[in-house]
Design a protein around this ligand. Structure first.
Ligand SMILES: [Zn+2]
Length: 86
């Protein structure tokens, strides 16, 4: 039994700050949240789980492949994304 429990600070979620990865893509997210985020500047979580601040000009960036995959895997018919609580 040598399992050591790491201190709390070691288990913090990885919030990327400055790696720029999430800023090079245009992610999919809830339309309302994107609009709100553009106004408030608050980062939101995209479909792929990345937290980023939507750009005012999403067409400038390629679509995040992860988001695209998730988006295309969603059941068609609506696209509002308010069905499941996840
Ligand atoms: Zn994404």
């Amino acid at each position: 039994m040598s399992t050591k429990i790491l201190p709390e600070q070691e288990t913090r979620p990885k919030t990327s700050h400055g790696d720029g990865d999430h800023e090079r893509f245009s992610h999919y997210a809830d339309k309302h949240k994107i609009t709100e985020s553009m106004v408030t500047g608050t980062p939101i979580r995209a479909l792929c789980g990345k937290v980023w601040v939507p750009s005012r000009d999403p067409k400038k960036y390629p679509v995040c492949p992860e988001c695209k995959e998730i988006y295309e895997g969603l059941p068609s018919g609506g696209g509002e994304g308010d069905g499941k609580g996840e």
